[in-house]
Design a protein around this ligand. Structure first.
Ligand code: ADP
Ligand code: GN1
Ligand code: MG
Length: 364
């Protein structure tokens, strides 16, 4: 898309903005993100984002979720006398027609939100203090939304972290074998299936309501938190998947990236290790915020949730590989297979450390 086309889209939003430049930004796997720099330093910068409507099939519903949850958090921050509210919660800009998105000629959905200046995201955790702060931010986010009635929010991706439904999608992908990739990868299939009965127990406990549904973030990768220059957390971003879910998804998904000494697509499996100090700091930080609303069974399942999210993610990457790489952005041929192998190795590492993790949670 050319700059005049971007400018035409931005004009549809309800702001006055003289644009200096628009550049591609961030490295998410789903949406397309652009930084919109204002020509005057007096004016704020913005982020223009094309939402992936093949994945988020109900963008208006998703934006409604985001408005409800950010307004809920904003009201609390204002009531608490917070001075820098726009740095502590995301601010989405309305279009001139009152909607929270605009459409281009091809039917794509675009959203605009305030760029939080002097902030940075981190791709890999630097030290236990940072993990403690990140955990508090995710725990606090859940706490801020804990009194928001769940019925108000839709499921932006139905059954997003439902292990039974994910397993079903995986089994369909294996039986269809659309890309002819099953034969070479039987060991991976076995490793996923061997654990399926244990792993789907989480969903069974949600289905019979032994575990509660809450409003959760559902994509708690470390790069979905913004820090300021002094390493303090500012706010949780990437709110597309905020919807009813289990608190365990957020804890487990954060440890999926934070607790791993290597990136999620590390090809050298010997580099994948469990970072005990980071896990300890994260568990302490999370529980310092979340102990007030979690029930005992949720706390008991925290260490398990880390294995669950690694298993689920391995299965999601592999399902996409079998389907011919149609969901996640990939950087090279076989990227999803590399991601799958790295997630499975990480899952094995977590299994080797499960007693230690249980003990750390108990002591936190
Ligand atoms: P994706 O869904 O593709 O992961 P994100 O919404 O997470 O996209 O945005 C991509 C990156 O852009 C983030 O990792 C972060 O570095 C940066 N970013 C997102 N929102 C903001 C914001 N409001 N202010 C500053 N930077 C942001
Ligand atoms: C996607 O959009 P991004 O990169 O933050 C995915 C997550 C996965 C993650 C794996 C909507 O997150 O669920 O855990 O990739 N988001 C969606 O890196 O599927
Ligand atoms: Mg993101």
């Amino acid at each position: 898309m050319s700059n005049p086309q971007f400018s035409k889209l931005i004009e549809l939003f309800d702001i006055n903005l003289n644009i200096n430049e628009i550049t591609a930004f961030g490295n998410g796997h789903i949406n397309d993100t652009y930084l919109v720099k204002a020509s005057s330093s007096e004016s704020s910068d913005y982020i223009l984002q094309r939402k992936n409507h093949k994945i988020f099939k109900n963008v208006p519903g998703m934006m409604n979720n985001i408005v409800i949850s950010t307004n809920h958090i904003r009201n609390k921050l204002v009531a608490a006398g917070e001075k820098e509210v726009h740095r502590k919660v995301m601010t989405y800009i309305q279009a001139k027609d009152g909607k929270m998105f605009v459409n281009d000629d091809e039917g794509n959905f675009w959203t605009l939100f305030l760029f939080i200046s002097d902030s940075c995201g981190v791709e890999s955790i630097q030290n236990p203090e940072q993990a403690y702060c990140a955990a508090r931010a995710f725990g606090h986010f859940q706490e801020q939304l804990s009194d928001l009635p769940g019925e108000k929010l839709i499921e932006t991706i139905p059954n997003f972290h439902n292990g039974i439904s994910r397993l079903n999608d995986f089994q369909i992908a294996v039986s269809k074998d659309l890309a002819g990739r099953v034969n070479d990868n039987q060991l991976i299939i076995d490793k996923i299936l061997d654990r399926s009965s244990d792993m789907t127990s989480l969903q069974r406990k949600l289905d019979d309501k032994t575990l509660p549904l809450r409003i959760t973030h559902n994509d708690t990768k470390i790069n979905n938190i913004l820090f300021d220059r002094d390493n303090n957390t500012l706010c949780v971003i990437d709110l597309d998947t905020v919807m009813p879910g289990s608190a365990l998804y957020d804890f487990g998904d954060a440890i999926r990236t934070l607790g791993n000494t290597a990136p999620e697509d590390e090809p050298d499996l010997t580099k994948i290790k469990f970072n005990k100090e980071i896990f300890e700091a994260f568990a302490q930080g999370y529980l310092s915020e979340a102990k007030v609303f979690l029930n005992p069974l949720e706390i008991e399942y925290l260490a398990f949730s880390c294995r669950y999210m690694a298993w689920e993610q391995a299965m999601r990457f592999f399902t996409d590989y079998l389907n011919g790489d149609i969901y996640y952005k990939t950087e090279y041929q076989g990227h999803n297979l590399v991601r799958t192998k790295a997630q499975i190795r990480y899952l094995e590492v977590l299994e080797e450390n499960s007693d230690l993790m249980e003990a750390i949670v108990k002591g936190s």
